[in-house]
Design a protein around this ligand. Sequence first.
Ligand SMILES: [Zn+2]
Length: 517
Amino acid sequence: MKYDNINVNSIVGKIIAEKPEYKNFIQDLIKQTQEIIEEVNKLSIEERQKHLERFSQFVKKEVKKEYELSNVKGKVVMRFAPNPSGAMSIGHSRQAIWNDFFVKKYKGTFILRFDDTDPKIKFPEKKFYEWYKEDMEYLNIKIDKTVRQSSRLNIYYKYAEELINREKAYVCTCKEFNKNCPCRKLDYERNLKRWKDMFHKYKEGEAVLRIKTDINHPNPAIRDWIAFRIVNKPKHPYSKNKVWPLLNFASAIDDHDLKVTHILRGIDLKSSVERQNYIYEYFEWKYPETIYTGKLFFKDIKSKSEIKELIKQKKIDGWDDVRLGTIGALYRRGIKAEAIRKFILGLGINRNDIKVDINKLYAFNKEIIDKEANRYFVVFNPSKIKIQGFKPIKVKVPLHPDKKTGSREFTCKNEFYVQDKIYKEELYRFMHLFNFKDGRFTSKDLDKGAKLIHWLPVSKNLVNVEVIMDDNSVIKGLGENNLRKVKVDEIIQMERNFFARLEEKRKDKFIFVYSHR
Ligand SMILES: [Zn+2]
């Protein structure tokens, strides 16, 4: 709880909200509140805590907000509309997961719609369509219908012609929009001819189709906005058409045509609704309910264009490089879909921008995998030590402290590998084994004063282990023989180190990816 910067206005505001009649003596109220704040400010944190506890029975428990859609009539239809020009990131997953949340809650329909009508700058690539589907499956999102905008170009053309016929759209050959544009005054027959010419005669940059708006709209970007453009050499895996709708046009048509009832949309796209509203007005359609969401700000998570640049420069390995915030990267690191969902839903949806602490995601993940992950010894930067004074022994160590999943066996002679630096004068305890000091066995009993360390018996059967860390560096170590039973994709805890997912079993080494501590 934060105590500093108590604002008198915000407190008085809350009081008035509950007791409007206090407005009549607001000056007194402000004065008294100010005095109380000054008193509170003199108290130490501990003293404030004590007061708070005394009043705790009067403090209203925060009611957990249940998220609901407004204006639900009939079947809910929602869509998630990614651009397959890159891989899905944790940021993109927010819209996908929340759409899925509502669709499941209202037993509605989930449409995955690929917004792939930019074959020039954010051009789509075949593999990303598949990756999106795989990532969504991993995130336990149920897709009822998949739509590719690039397969619907003829539908957009049809609506464009209809708007030209109604003289609500026109082909413009001016360099940029101006209020005295002569094209705007042409009748629909001329415009239909010029529209046909966009497919045959005109070249990229020579003509666009504009939607008629208020030409004095305060936002210049909205004035007669561009609905279609020509792309001479489209970079597109599925279509070589020349005339392409811009996102606002295609999206406006699709939301109506696919009977979308509710849209989740970033607040930064508010002006696109204003644009699309012109089309809805001209066709007398009803715009779907729109729920605006603020932005998520992730520290150190790279954007799609940054990733593309890094891949081009060969600075990262690919879209699932462990340093990235893509779902593929999180999967490699052993971050469970359940944790991602819990994390994203926990952030809520409202219009506020949120600074995201990614450590929360790891904490959720730990809650899940800690219960499941078997424990193994891996010693990084191993050094050998000899312990005198005990007979060679066999020990059984549990695979998991709480689960009865069996045990790992070790045969110990007097040589061990350790990761920690060993000091002569200090008492150590080898986990699950015995205590020693200055290279000599002292006792088998647990001694609370002993420093707990992990170990490996020196043996020919140890496994070479490499771990790809979250900064993509690789650390090397030796692992116990029992690691051979671990399956690829299994997440384990390397005791006293961290959790990691086994990515690859090679003859000469096992490669893991670091999850978190
Ligand atoms: Zn013009």
